[in-house]
Design a protein around this ligand. Structure first.
Ligand SMILES: *Cc1c(COP(=O)(O)O)cnc(C)c1O
Length: 400
């Protein structure tokens, strides 16, 4: 019997009832703008910031319009602008080089390893080419952060973390986003909490956060922020910093607060799905799975495997075979970028040097979402289908 999977890879869970109720309250009173408060009311956006700072252990937090906006704001707050260069991952998603382009800077791409983390040897070789590293924990894979920080600290390179896929994750017990000067998160629908669009920025750096708050469009209302540096920090910064509006509104904040309270439970559920996938695909001939060190406290809201050194036509055959059985895989090695997949050489507004070692890996990366609407039984079935299709094509290739 040929198994067919009937689930939908892009279906999210509903917003929790507490979030719906809080959203209705905001809609009913009508004060959606974060600085539109009545009497001594504390805005939902300010409460969200306070709660996320608490959750991550950061001193300061700013809620913004998107993850991309969080990254551009962090770059600007670090003084990055026109003509500067910024180190970043060759394996990431389009909003990351996009954030660098948005401030007029250019990326210097750093390679990827078979475990889908930044290549620290390549980083060491390029470290003197920029003063900032925008580090993307792409698809939730976290590199050896102790080694990365030692390298960057020694070279005086400021680290900004893109934690779009690592909200709730940690390396060696320290939350992702707490290693660098800034941690940037997305609350877009496909990330770990869902407000449609949105972002969060955390930092312990008072000056940097004061700049970020002014940049986000706080007018002279920065004292209404709670997870923020004291007013003295703004004394000069309030005159020097342009307003580049990108605030979060109270409606999204209201939807997010109950989701933050559930984050730990949700992360455990993702990891339970991942464990079933990982076990179901172990030792599949022709397939390489990523190894994940004990220090990596990951949150697996997606799953990746590699078909290393495969003929592109054979990879296509696996993808088509899986799709015919209801399993939607995304391939980072396709000749043309499609959907959410694109590579450093697809971003033609930014110059890049060829990176043969990374190209070999990117050519084999297969990616899939693990939405929480899937059960562990669903994941076991998905793994059986992928295993069967990969084995079928691999054996046919070997026989040629
Ligand atoms: C989604 C994403 C972002 C940015 O998110 P938006 O909120 O959509 O701007 C940044 N980095 C990565 C790796 C992402 O997947």
């Amino acid at each position: 019997m040929t198994e067919i999977f009937n689930g939908v890879f892009t279906q999210q869970e509903p917003i929790p009832q507490a979030g719906i109720d809080a959203a209705m309250a905001v809609l009913t009173h009508g004060r959606l703008h974060r600085y539109n408060t009545s009497g001594d009311e504390i805005a939902e956006a300010a409460l969200l910031e306070e709660e996320f700072a608490d959750l991550t252990g950061a001193k300061y937090c700013l809620a913004v319009a998107s993850g991309g906006y969080a990254m551009t704001t962090a770059l600007r707050a670090c003084g990055i602008g026109h003509g500067d260069t910024v180190l970043t991952n060759a394996f990431t998603l389009a909003p990351v080089p996009g954030a660098i382009a948005a401030v007029g800077a250019s990326p210097i791409f750093v390679g990827v390893t078979e475990d889908l983390v930044i290549d620290l040897d390549d980083l060491a070789a390029k470290i003197d080419q920029a003063s900032v590293l925008l580090l993307s924990h792409m698809r939730g894979h976290i590199c050896d952060m102790d080694a990365l920080m030692a390298l960057c600290d020694a070279a005086n390179v400021t680290v900004i973390e893109d934690c779009a896929h690592t909200m709730g994750a940690h390396w060696n017990g320290i939350p992702s986003g707490r290693w660098g000067k800034f941690g940037c998160y997305s609350t877009q629908t496909y990330k770990h909490v869902n407000s449609g669009e949105g972002g969060l920025l955390i930092s312990d750096d008072a000056e940097g956060m004061a700049r970020a708050i002014m940049l986000s469009g706080s007018y002279m209302l920065f004292e209404r922020h709670r997870a923020a540096p004291p007013p003295e920090t703004f004394a000069q910064i309030k005159y020097e910093t342009p307003n580049i509006s990108g605030r979060m509104d109270n409606l999204r904040a209201a939807i997010l607060r109950p989701q933050l309270a559930d984050l730990k439970t949700q992360c455990d559920r993702w990891n339970a799905l991942y464990a079933v996938m990982d076990a179901g695909l172990a030792d599949t001939p022709g397939m390489t799975l990523t190894t994940r060190p004990a220090a990596e406290g990951f949150v697996a809201s997606s799953f990746q495997f590699l078909l290393l050194d495969w003929d592109p036509a054979a990879v296509q055959e696996v993808i088509a075979g899986c799709l015919a059985r209801g399993v939607e895989l995304k391939w980072f090695g396709g000749a043309e970028p499609t959907g959410f997949t694109s590579r450093y050489d697809s971003w033609r507004y930014a110059a890049s040097e060829p990176m043969p070692q990374s190209d070999r890996i990117l050519a084999g990366v297969i990616d899939m979402r693990l939405p929480l609407t899937f059960s562990t039984d669903d994941c076991a079935q998905i793994a059986r289908i992928i295993r069967a299709e990969v084995s079928r094509v691999f054996q046919a290739q070997a026989a040629q």
